[in-house]
Each structure stands twice: as structure tokens, then as C-alpha cells.
Design a protein around this ligand. Structure first.
Ligand code: GLC
Length: 487
């Protein structure tokens, strides 16, 4: 059977390799790459933020304006990430800022207009730059939620797009892109204050809702998160929207970009290592010592716990803080790396000052250090309140670092709990969002480390051998694209 090569336009607000604040960027780099490796044509569209490396030297391939009112001028720069071409939309009004979404933890007041413009401009530029319409436009999260809506409404009956289908990936439904109608008056369709596909009240709309209502197919970034989205609690209040689309909603677990996260080839870490016992033990030992030195912890052969995350309640810091000092009474070390909520950062800084012999908190977004923590830790803590997929637990396993997770979202799909299935275990997990439950599972892991280090090493090696390659996930995306095309 000859299967048709698909042309896919992948639209995201951030793409690793150019700019990154979270896991969305990792997916926006790795998934297009994997789709291309499987023979499809892929093009990325993103905003040309002023801080993107190499932006100003990139060729301008289009200088134009939105065809629809208001006729906002913009240009398109051609960039490249890992062999995938990127159209980056440059606009003096919207993207010439220091940050992508927020400064000093305050969202830009015109984010509604910025991402409404981004979505409208994406659909405006494709006919101007591509000879042929894509089969699929793949939108991601609220920033691009208006694309499926505009494609269905603004471009209904449009010759160029009449065969194009849209899909929407939900990486995090807690962010819904809620704005007052007046904030997105730059889209003429919203002037009436009556857009049922997007409305959440008489005054406000949700860009994510518009995407969920209008995309031809929707996927959550793990099967378990797809199930959670059908519930009131797990959908962060959008259950009825997802229930309406249940037959078009699936879950696809994210993959791991092993060209970036592979201890055998990782050029950041001080000693590379393979998935065999001798190499792993030697490599992790050297990486632990280097990590201790880097974050000024004493050089000691103790259990090392790591955590790399945005400092938000989503990541479960609120369960860790109440029990942290209790946990630190034990013989162990802990390194936390991350930025975000200043209140959480202050708490962590204070505790780190009190326990500087055991706990280092590095308030930074630092990719090299993230690799060092993954490689040099024995355990990786991820007690998330909710977690659509989570990538760090997958990176951890690749480095023989056992994730300690809450059984939620994609964490549940990707980590096998030691106490449920010793043989196939790849980490530890707990159920209820309670500090005491987290403390118990942390103590459980420490007990195993102090009483049966050999067993910890066996489980670490087993974790290293798991395969979350993107190609498996990409095949599922391709299947979803084909069902969207045939629907
Ligand atoms: C978001 C989610 C995270 C997921 C990532 C990539 O950051 O919070 O769970 O892994 O998107 O899909």
C-alpha cells in the first residue's frame, strides 16, 4: 500500500533550540524532527521573539500585512532548527520584548491581542509562502487555539485551505487563554461579543476552548491526561468541552529526544556512561561528584535527590516544602534547580541556607545543570499536583535516575512503582496530593538505598533500558492526522 506523504505545519509559541520556557518547546522541536524522519514534510511556525539567537541574521522571506482588518504589518524570517525550517513571525508591536509571555512574573497585558495576531498571521502567511496548502495545521495549547477556529470560520470556503484539517495538542489545559472580548477586538469575528465556540461568559472568551471546539482532532500529551480531561477536576473546569469532543480526543505519550538526552553521548555531563552496570555505576559516581562540587555540597557518597522544574504549584513544591526539613534530617543530599514563583523561591532559598551541607537550591534556568542533575542524582523528585505528560521523569530514567512521582497525568503512564511491581519497576510513586505521602515515598526510596544499594542499581539499570523514542509517538500522531484528513 502506498501511503501518502503528509505536509504538516506545526505551530507553537516556543521551540527548543531557538527559545524555551517549558516542555512544550521540547515537543515542538522533537516531534517535527521525528515526523520528518518518517518521510513527511514539516514546517514550523512560531513568533520571532527578539531574544531568539540568530534572528536578526536570518533571511526575511516575506514582508507583508494581514489581509484581514486591521492590516497589521509583519515580516517572516526563515530559521532552521535541527534541519526543520521555521517561519518566524516578526512584529515590532507584539514580539520585540525581553520575554515571551511575562516579565517579573506578570503576564503582558496585551497577551490576548499578541496571540490572536500570531494565530491570524500564521493562517495569513501560509498561502503567501507555500505553493500548496498543508494537509494538517497542528496547533499547540491556548496560544494557537484560535487557529482551528479561524480556519473553520474566517477561511470557510477558502480555495487554498479547503482540504486542510487542524489538530490541537493539549500540553497544559490549566492555561486557557482567557481574555475579555475587547482585548481581542483585533479579530473582527469577536467584535460582536458573541462567539459561542469561544465564549465562557458574556464578557470573556477562552482561546483554548475555541481550539477544542473547532479542531478536527485533539490530543492530550498522555493517555491518562486524556482521561483526566474528561473529569471536572482533571480538566481544570473544562470537562464539558472535552466531553463534547470525546470521540475526537486521544492521548499520545510524549517521547524522549535521545539526541539531546542520552548519557552515552551527552556533551554536557562530566562523564558519559552506557546502559551496563559497570559503566552506569562509574559514570553516575563521577557525575555525582561533579554535581556536588558545582553546587557546593560536600563530596560524600550519599543518596542524591534532584529536582529540575518551573517553580509553580503545578510541580508540587507545596507538598515538598512542609516536609523538606524533616526529610533533610536524614543522610542525603538534594539539589533543586528552577525559576518561577518568587514566594516559593524565597522559601527554598531560606531552607537551603539553613541546611547548606545537604541542600542546594539554584534559582536559575540552566540547561547544562539540568543535564548534570539528571546524570548525577540517584532519585528525581516530581510530586506534581497535575502533570499532562512530564518529560523530566523520562529524561531521568534514561540517566538511570529513579523518578519519584505522584500518580497523575503522564507520570502515571510512564513510571512503574517499585512497591507495585518490583520486577518491572522504574521508580516510585504515591497517590494522594499530601505532603505526608510524599515524605513516606521519599523515605521508602532512601531505605532501599541505605539497605540494598545493589537493588537500587538493578532498578536504575532497568530504567535506563526503557525506550520512549519519539518515533513511536510520531506514528500515533500520523495516524491521528490521517483520521483528521478522512473525517
Ligand atoms: C507542559 C506540561 C508537561 C508536558 C509538556 C510537553 O509543559 O506541563 O506535563 O510534558 O507540556 O507536552
Amino acid at each position: 500500500m502506498v501511503t501518502k506523504t503528509l505536509s504538516i505545519v506545526f505551530v507553537a509559541s516556543e521551540v527548543d533550540g531557538l527559545i524555551k520556557s517549558g516542555g512544550l518547546a521540547d515537543v515542538a522541536k522533537a516531534l517535527p524532527k521525528s515526523l520528518k524522519e518518517q518521510g513527511h514534510n514539516v514546517q514550523i511556525v512560531m513568533p520571532a521573539y527578539k531574544t531568539i539567537a540568530g534572528r536578526d541574521d536570518a533571511e526575511i522571506t516575506l514582508t507583508t500585512q494581514l489581509e484581514h482588518w486591521p492590516h497589521t504589518a509583519y515580516q517572516v524570517r526563515s530559521l532552521n532548527v535541527d534541519g526543520i525550517s521555521v517561519f518566524a513571525i516578526e512584529s515590532g508591536d507584539y514580539f520585540e520584548r525581553t520575554e515571551m509571555y511575562a516579565e517579573n512574573n506578570q503576564a503582558y497585558p496585551d497577551n490576548g491581542e499578541r496571540f490572536a495576531f500570531f494565530s491570524a498571521a500564521t493562517l495569513d502567511l501560509l498561502p503567501k509562502l507555500l505553493g500548496k496548502a498543508p494537509d494538517i495545521i497542528h496547533a499547540n495549547d491556548w496560544h494557537t487555539g484560535l487557529i482551528p477556529y479561524l480556519l473553520k470560520k474566517r477561511y470557510a470556503g477558502n480555495d487554498f485551505y479547503h482540504q486542510t484539517r487542524s489538530v490541537l495538542s493539549i500540553h497544559n489545559a490549566v492555561f486557557k487563554g482567557i481574555f475579555h472580548y475587547d482585548e481581542i477586538a483585533c479579530l473582527s469575528e469577536f467584535k460582536s461579543h458573541f462567539v459561542p465556540e469561544a465564549s465562557i461568559s458574556h464578557t470573556h472568551i477562552s482561546m483554548l476552548k475555541a481550539g477544542v471546539q473547532c479542531a478536527d482532532k485533539i490530543n492530550a500529551v498522555s493517555p491518562n491526561y486524556a482521561k483526566e480531561l474528561l473529569t471536572e477536576l482533571g480538566s481544570h473546569g473544562m470537562a464539558s468541552d472535552f466531553q463534547d469532543r470525546e470521540s475526537d480526543l486521544i492521548g499520545i505519550l510524549n517521547g524522549c529526544d535521545y539526541s539531546e538526552w542520552n548519557p552515552e553521548k551527552d556533551s554536557y555531563i562530566p562523564k558519559q556512561f552506557k546502559a551496563n552496570r559497570i559503566s552506569m555505576v562509574r559514570g553516575k559516581k563521577a557525575c555525582k561528584a561533579a554535581l556536588q562540587q558545582e553546587v557546593s555540597l560536600p563530596q560524600k557518597d550519599v543518596a542524591m535527590y534532584g529536582m529540575v522544574c518551573r517553580l509553580t504549584n503545578q510541580k508540587g513544591i507545596q507538598y515538598l516544602l512542609p516536609i523538606l526539613e524533616q526529610f533533610l534530617k536524614n543522610d542525603l543530599q538534594l539539589v533543586i534547580v528552577g525559576t518561577g514563583d518568587p514566594v516559593l523561591a524565597t522559601h527554598l532559598t531560606e531552607i537551603a541556607q539553613e541546611h547548606s551541607d545537604k541542600f542546594a537550591f539554584v534559582e536559575a534556568y540552566n540547561n547544562k545543570l539540568a543535564h548534570w542533575v539528571e546524570a548525577g542524582s540517584d532519585f528525581f523528585i516530581m510530586p506534581s499536583e497535575f502533570e499532562p505528560c512530564g518529560l523530566n521523569q523520562i529524561y531521568s530514567m534514561a540517566y538511570g535516575t529513579l523518578p519519584i512521582v505522584r500518580e497523575v497525568g503522564g507520570l502515571k503512564d510512564s513510571v512503574n512503582n517499585y512497591d507495585d511491581d518490583v520486577e518491572n519497576a522504574t521508580g516510585f510513586s504515591f497517590k494522594n496530593p499530601e505532603p505526608m505521602e510524599l515524605l513516606l515515598v521519599l523515605m521508602r526510596s532512601l531505605l532501599l538505598y541505605s539497605q540494598n544499594l545493589n537493588e537500587v542499581k538493578r532498578v536504575q539499570l532497568h530504567a535506563m533500558k526503557q525506550d520512549f523514542c519519539w518515533n513511536k509517538a510520531a506514528l500515533k500522531y500520523i495516524e491521528m492526522y490521517r483520521t483528521a484528513i478522512n473525517s
